[in-house]
Design a protein. Sequence first.
Length: 188
Amino acid sequence: MRAEGLFDILIRQHADMLSAFIHSVAFDRSGVDDIFQETIITAWQRIDTFDTNRPFGPWLRGIARNHILSSARKNRRYRTHLDQLLQQRIDVQFDRVDQSAGDTFADRMSELRNCIAHLSEDAREAVDLVYVRGLDSATAAKSLGTSDETFRKRLYRARLTLAECLRTKMVFAPTVEATASLPRGVSR
């Protein structure tokens, strides 16, 4: 198979994962599509450096991370840096998703959809507004007629509930770094 065909197959298999990854670490939602496209172009230009004995997903996420950091340095709308511990946690979770059962990223994310379906209506709405529709918390709170602080607490509780649900389904596990930084008796 020609390199172009193989590259197309790999990108199609990993496009949803790449998009989810960029959304999870990019601080400016308006730049997500640009970073996605830049990542694909860079991957194509560097495909000869890809070690076929290693998984494609982490390699592609590494390219995306470099583009996100580059954008952060150039553009004041981004935070000036990524918290390395947060980045490591995100990488670990995406690696777990890569290794879970399912032919596609969407198949592997079915447990997340199941957990979201079990959230309260208020929590589902908060998750939808921020993570599906891409609203910031202040805009989402305003659309619901609630205070920003109330909305942030609702979203925080929804994320904790989702994390616990995914942990029980063995999809999401706390990293060593995540649990080590918590006070005794507190779990994430």
